[in-house]
Write a protein that binds this ligand. Structure first.
Ligand SMILES: C[S@@+](CC[C@H](N)C(=O)[O-])C[C@H]1O[C@@H](n2cnc3c(N)ncnc32)[C@H](O)[C@@H]1O
Length: 282
């Protein structure tokens, strides 16, 4: 499987700002939308299940006991750790499948979830996987469910193989998918958290805002995924050019602060990754 690598943040057991936002949406799902009965949560690229860390504190122990937690990740050890941690936290029979994200539809396409998360994964995904992953996450939603996608704006230290998108870029590349929803373009869909501790973007897609049956949605898959991939291939060279321009300026005026040194490092790493992706380096 390609494209699987690991950032430092998930090695530590602590709540990230992105997890706090995701848990706020979970609270809405569990306490407001589905206050009774079982709730299914599918966590795509779940890592070590770190997002579960604050769940009891946010929704309460009793509610955790009615959440069926499904996950998948390309790293077998993470899957084992996530299963142990979810069990220890009181989730019902957690089922975590070790598989590549390209296997999401085949392995977990049958799951009808009220809550689907793709947290801190998008920056690690190759362009060819990004479109399908978000589409397949959406296809796993039950009637009133929500897909919550969240990602970081920078990785520190920068990593080869990662590209951090901005909210504006995500809005552009996902436009073909977002246009399937009611009132397309009427509102900003991708939110940006401009806080120092959370320079992230996130996107909530509610299934009941999508005026398509499951079959109609499935019929749209290839076309929409293809359109998103095409948009990504337009945006990536522009992103790389912007990095080149910034690096040229830094050549003239060398970075003086930690932040500008981080920017240089991220730009260099992302330029390599974008070139590798566009040129199909294996
Ligand atoms: C930065 S971690 C985030 C983990 C978790 N979602 C969180 O927020 O704590 C990204 C995870 O995505 C997984 N991942 C990245 N690319 C993948 C791929 N192509 N197939 C399967 N898993 C992948 C990695 O193994 C890693 O555990």
């Amino acid at each position: 499987m390609s494209g699987v690598h690991h950032g430092e943040a998930i090695r530590e057991r602590r709540i990230l700002a992105s997890h706090r936002v995701a848990l706020d949406v979970l609270r809405l799902v569990v306490l407001e939308r589905f206050p009774e009965g079982a709730v299914t949560w599918l966590d795509v690229g779940c890592g070590r299940g770190q997002i579960l860390y604050g769940t009891k504190g946010v929704v309460g122990e009793q509610e955790v006991a009615r959440i069926r937690y499904f996950g998948c990740d390309g790293d077998r050890n993470y899957c084992r750790e996530a299963t142990e941690f979810a069990t220890q936290q009181g989730f019902v029979e957690p089922q975590i499948v070790p598989c590549g994200i390209d296997q999401l539809r085949a392995q977990l396409g049958h799951v009808q979830a009220q809550f689907v998360t793709i947290a801190n994964v998008v920056h690690e995904l190759e362009p060819s996987l990004l479109a399908a992953t978000i589409f397949d996450g959406l296809a796993c939603l039950s009637g009133n469910g929500v897909l919550h996608v969240h990602d970081i704006r920078s990785v520190d230290p920068a990593e080869l193989g990662s590209v951090c998108w901005t909210a504006d870029e995500i809005e552009v590349v996902l436009a073909p998918l977002l246009s399937l929803f009611k009132r397309p373009g009427a509102q900003r869909r991708v939110q940006e958290w401009g806080l120092e501790e959370a320079r992230d973007w996130c996107l909530d897609l509610w299934r009941d805002r999508l005026p398509l049956t499951d079959d109609q949605l499935a019929a749209q898959r290839d076309e929409t995924v293809g359109q998103v991939e095409e948009a990504i291939r337009t945006v990536l060279p522009a992103k790389r050019n912007a990095h080149h321009r910034a690096l040229k300026t830094y050549l003239q005026y060398p970075p003086q602060t930690d932040e500008s040194r981080r920017e240089v490092s991220q730009a260099v790493h992302e330029c390599w990754t974008i070139s590798a992706w566009l040129e199909g380096v294996q």
